[in-house]
Design a protein around this ligand. Structure first.
Ligand code: TPP
Ligand code: MG
Length: 562
């Protein structure tokens, strides 16, 4: 690729000339991309040539299944808040990435997928993998379009990155016909514009502050977009200055660190049932939050609900809202706080907070017994009893599974934001290895712990091969209950029997990892978990601790999300 400086004083633009793959890499780099996740296909070769000939080269991370490439891009977006980039070859490469793209759309994760596409000059003649892909992707992405010519790549991909990075964030997809991807074009260097911050309506902020000042038992909920929007400091400030009891979910976990006196996630039921005002920030009012209805049991009135969102389209359309505001979440939170502090009436919530704190303490005491359980077969909680004290402050913990991951949500309380990855509202099994690869790359010196149900493990474990080839050590822990437990329990409950819910007895998932060049061990005795984890953290290869757990120890679930 050549770069020319057009240095007339009036027009100091830099022009790029190169094949479309090189131009695409230049755009991605301008938007902060450092790694291209991919699985080979001739339709996208120029993307690789663009990566290896760039100065400096862009890192290529080649995986064993396109779902892993796409989940790695999604996790990169979540962890770094810079769009992750997946390059998927035409046809099946792209369709294998659809679940991860949908997951990114549901979770608001910034990512860009560049798809290969059958050549334009043969379109309609039946060339290999000739599939019109944007119509398949459009329902699950912010943007899905074909860049028809090499000349479209600079502006088209720049626009895709801008869409992915703009609130509400999400996936953007482009495909480029193979003949055009090999073609040369030139154009102005990508501007990589920074998305404009959305200004909230000041009147809406004042109304929310007024609702807050007349609340007796408020609760604050902080979700994924607080982190995605870079509002974690504003959110902590808001919680601490108002003194509101706070519950976190998704990537909002860790905004109030574990043990923070205002963090009442462990008293969630009592907080929501007893509250008269729930202020939900940066997360949809979906099944995870009772569809936005809090309390109202036994003839009591439900709590009033305020929804604060990162963009207009995210404000709930189905919930009965007492107030709402949208925009850049730092501005929203600081704006509500300033308006609240201007009000004469500053309510005293200390009694309400103290009551919830007592409940948190009681719940923690109850948990302590489970975390130390000596049961045989092993209770999954015991794994967290051993893992949590071994986690460093900057650990990245990834959950991929059913009940096993629900237990993680209950027992692993992050000490800082940006280190907890769960599947989010799309709930797609199989993100595990892709997320672990992304985490190891994004946080080279942090602990990376991947928690896998034995069922979930089957979706992506072959990509341990990728960890091995690219020398990416991570710690994997399988909660091996020989079942799809999160489905087995409900089916038993509904039918009194279950089918299609059992897995092979005590499969050696650590053996799979060893066969692929990593290491690991099976643990059947509760006392063996801690030492096995120590060996896993000390290993310099991917290491899987396969813990045989009790299938009867189901997660006590209040909702199945339907
Ligand atoms: C791609 C995908 N397929 C199926 C499901 C439905 N599902 C949700 S949880 C679950 C069971 C997971 O089993 P496992 O990973 O072993 O965890 P466990 O519940 O046994 O702890 C299934 C099948 C899903 N969420 N995603
Ligand atoms: Mg299982």
């Amino acid at each position: 690729m050549t770069t020319t400086d057009d240095t007339t004083p009036e027009d100091r633009t830099t022009a790029l000339t190169g094949h479309a793959g090189a131009l695409a890499v230049a755009v991605a780099r301008a938007h902060g991309v450092e790694t291209m996740f991919t699985l080979s296909g001739a339709h996208v070769f120029p993307m690789y040539d663009g990566a290896v000939t760039a100065d400096p080269p862009m890192r290529l991370l080649d995986v064993r299944h396109e779902q892993t490439a796409a989940f790695a891009a999604e996790a990169t977006g979540k962890l770094t808040r810079v769009p992750g980039l997946a390059v998927l070859t035409a046809g099946p490469g792209v369709t294998n990435g659809v679940s991860a793209i949908a997951q990114a759309q549901f979770a608001g994760s910034p990512m860009v997928v560049v798809g290969g596409r059958a050549p334009a000059n043969r379109w309609g003649s039946g060339s290999l993998q000739e599939l019109d892909q944007p119509p398949i992707i459009a329902p699950v992405a912010k943007l899905a379009r074909t860049l028809h010519t090499a000349g479209d790549v600079l502006p088209g991909l720049d626009a895709a990155f801008l869409a992915a990075r703009s609130a509400h964030r999400g996936p953007a997809f482009v495909d480029i016909p193979m003949d055009e991807l090999f073609n040369t074009a030139s154009g102005p260097a990508p501007g990589a514009p920074v998305p404009a911050r959305i200004e909230p309506d000041p009147d809406a902020l004042t109304e929310v502050a007024e609702l807050l000042s007349s609340a007796a038992r408020p609760v604050l909920v902080l979700g994924t977009d607080v982190w995605a929007d870079g509002a974690e400091q504003a959110a902590l400030r808001f919680a601490e200055e108002t003194g509101m009891p706070t519950i976190t979910n998704g990537m909002g976990r860790g905004v109030l660190p574990a043990g923070h006196p205002l963090l009442v996630t462990k008293a969630r039921g009592a907080a929501f049932n007893g509250s008269d005002l729930v202020v939900v920030v940066g997360t949809p009012l979906d099944f995870r939050l009772g569809y936005g209805v809090f309390g109202g049991k036994d003839g009591a009135s439900p709590a009033q609900v305020v929804h604060l969102a990162d963009s207009p389209g995210q404000v709930s359309g189905h919930a009965d809202l007492a107030g709402s505001a949208c925009g850049d979440l730092t501005w929203v939170l600081d704006g509500v706080l300033a308006a609240f502090q201007d009000l004469v009436r500053r309510p005293d919530w200390s009694g309400w907070l103290a009551d919830l704190q007592d409940r948190v303490a009681a719940a923690s005491a109850r948990d302590a017994a489970l975390l130390a359980a000596e049961a045989d077969p092993i209770h999954p909680a015991r794994i967290y009893g051993e893992l949590v004290p071994r986690l460093a402050e900057d650990a990245v913990v990834i959950g991929d599974g059913g009940d096993f991951v629900s237990f993680a949500g209950k027992f692993v309380e992050p000490r800082r934001p940006g280190g907890w990855l769960d599947p989010g509202p799309y709930g797609c099994l199989g993100a595990g290895l892709g997320s672990a690869i992304a985490a190891r790359v994004a946080r080279p010196s942090a602990q990376v712990v991947l928690l896998l149900g034995d069922g979930a493990a089957g979706f992506s474990l072959m990509d341990v091969d990728t960890l091995v080839r690219h020398r990416l050590p991570v710690v994997m822990v399988v909660g091996n209950n020989s079942a799809w437990a999160l489905e087995k329990g409900p089916m038993q409950m509904l039918y009194g029997y279950d089918v299609a819910a059992d897995l092979a007895h005590r499969t050696s998932y650590d053996g799979v990892v060893r066969a692929l060049g990593g290491a690991g061990e099976t643990v059947t005795d509760p006392g063996g978990i801690g030492p096995a984890l120590d060996r896993a953290f000390a290993a310099d290869v991917p290491y899987l601790v396969n813990v045989i757990t009790d299938v009867e120890a189901a997660y006590p679930r209040a909702t199945f999300g339907i």
